[in-house]
Design a protein around this ligand. Structure first.
Ligand code: PGA
Length: 253
């Protein structure tokens, strides 16, 4: 049985004071042994603070991005090596905002995934189709291409996959739970086909307008083991309510 993993993607939000208040409140809510794995991905500016506040707690630290090179002349970038040094354990790779707003290619996302493993981090690999691609019946084709590219060199460490249809991100319009389930089932089958038993250990999240009100509908689906949450993760109480929706008896697939 896979333990669900619920991750907060703060994107470009929160000052240090806001980040600190949030984390103290979340720690209060979560207690010593939360029933699901929780990951907080703050902005780079708040990572060191978050590492300090979360040290020794059951909440893991994640980053929203990371550069594959260990170090060098890459102005404005932060490397996976530096993230690992800070105590970061997860790193989001290939978020659709990175792909679409910053031109990240499938090949670059693959480099990031491999570098994450090289430095002992767990990549949260984001995949998902645009509305046009879904309407054209190409949703699986696109997701499969993204998976194939990102995992071309194999599965060399623990992995989380976030299925995030682009049109559901930040729009308040989530996918239909049945569509998310269908996609997650196909992703799982693909992973097992390509990587055998190791493909069964990958946790698959749904992301895109997850809120406390709809979290149940996604987190109880048989092939979904967590969520990647943007907007609704900015409030610690709302994020915790979402995390709780992922707890309870999980069907073992
Ligand atoms: P959202 O973002 O929850 O605000 O839709 C999800 C994401 O971008 O990971």
């Amino acid at each position: 049985m896979l333990k669900p993993v619920v991750a907060a993607n703060w994107k470009m939000h929160k000052t240090l004071k806001e980040a600190e208040d949030y984390l103290h409140r979340l720690l209060e809510l979560v207690g010593a042994e939360p029933p699901v794995e929780l990951v907080i991905c703050p902005s780079f500016t708040a990572l060191a603070l978050a590492a300090r506040v979360l040290a020794g707690s059951p909440i893991a630290l994640g980053a929203q991005n990371g550069h594959p090179q260990k170090e060098g002349a890459f102005t404005g970038e932060v490397s996976m090596h530096q993230l690992a040094d800070l105590g970061v354990r997860y790193v989001i790779c290939g978020h659709s905002e990175r792909r679409h707003l910053f031109g990240e290619t499938d090949a670059f996302v693959a480099e990031k995934v491999n570098a994450a493993w090289a430095y002992g981090l767990t990549p949260i690999l984001c995949v998902g189709e645009t509305l046009e691609e879904r309407r054209a019946g190409q949703a699986w084709e696109v997701v499969e291409r993204q998976l194939r590219a990102a995992l071309a060199d194999g599965l060399s460490g623990p992995l989380v996959i976030a299925y995030e249809p682009v049109w559901a991100i930040g729009t308040g319009v989530p996918a239909q739970p049945q569509d998310a389930q269908d996609m997650a089932r196909r992703i799982r089958a693909w992973l097992v086909e390509h990587f055998g038993a190791a493909g069964k250990d990958v946790r698959i999240q749904y992301g895109g307008s997850v809120k406390p009100e709809n979290a149940h509908a996604f987190l109880r689906l048989p092939d979904i083991q967590g969520a990647l949450v943007g907007g609704a993760s900015l409030d610690p109480d709302a994020f915790w309510r979402i995390a709780l929706a992922a707890s309870g008896d999980r069907p073992s697939w």
